[in-house]
Design a protein around this ligand. Structure first.
Ligand code: ADP
Ligand code: MG
Length: 219
């Protein structure tokens, strides 16, 4: 028997009417072809809708909403700033899960780069990604639109799709993760302005320093 991870928050069932009320009372932030996706509530929390698109998807076993919540708790424990999940609701008839969370205060990295292409911010981003990889975090949605610049650090949003390994990522996973990153033309362009080589060398230097620091630590 497979042991599926259970949700770290209880899943409350709601009907279509209740789902509609939640949507109607909130302000739309992002929509896609299927309808509203990210909304802001009157209490300034965020609700994100997860639709199950295919009957035979892996989301049938562990819904993305549950993964989102569990990942947020796990990376928080690893000291990566992220959103704070508050609740999960499920509307069975619509095949929609709703996660409510407290926003991570700060600004989108993408927008920060558009306004000021500060080299210090590029260096911090390279170090941040090295830190994720050092902590075994393989974040499939890695791109500048899913990273928040907080007052004193960088952090992640949109955390449904990741795998967390108990040790630093190996070379092939790291490469693959950069490919995710470089899929976005906007991000590629920004990196080019700074210099891919420089970005890479900052990333590698930081990762190697963390690895060697840990290797020489006394047990
Ligand atoms: N915690 C948050 N803090 C600040 N902005 C957020 C937060 N969560 C979502 N947003 C805003 O909502 C947008 C979409 O959220 P995200 O979870 O990345 O959804 P999507 O699946 O559409 O990429 C972000 O680009 C950002 O502008
Ligand atoms: Mg996103």
């Amino acid at each position: 028997m497979i042991n599926l991870p259970s949700s770290k928050l209880p899943v409350e069932n709601i009907n279509k009417q209740q789902l509609q009320t939640l949507i109607n009372q909130a302000t739309l932030m992002v929509a896609d072809g299927n309808g509203p996706k990210v909304l802001e509530t009157t209490q300034h929390t965020i609700i994100k809708l997860f639709r199950r698109k295919h009957w035979l998807s892996s989301a049938m076993f562990v819904p993305y909403a549950v993964r989102f919540v569990n990942n947020a708790f796990r990376i928080k424990k690893l000291n990566i700033p992220t959103v704070t999940p508050l609740s999960i609701k499920h509307c069975k008839t619509s095949c929609i899960h709703v996660v409510e969370y407290k926003r991570l205060q700060g600004k989108l990295l993408q927008r920060e780069f558009e306004q000021k292409q500060e080299s210090q911010l590029f260096v911090e981003t390279a170090h941040f990604i090295a830190n994720l990889h050092y902590k075994g975090i393989y974040f499939r949605s890695l791109h500048f639109g899913n990273i928040i610049v907080t007052d004193d650090d960088l952090g992640l949003i949109d955390v449904a799709d990741m795998k967390i390994y108990p040790k630093p990522l190996g070379t092939s996973l790291r490469k693959r993760n950069f490919q995710h990153f470089l899929r976005y033309q906007q991000d590629r362009m920004l990196l080019k302005t700074y210099g891919m080589e420089r970005f890479n060398s900052e990333y590698s230097a930081h990762l190697n320093s963390m690895i060697s620091r840990n290797r020489f630590r006394q047990p």
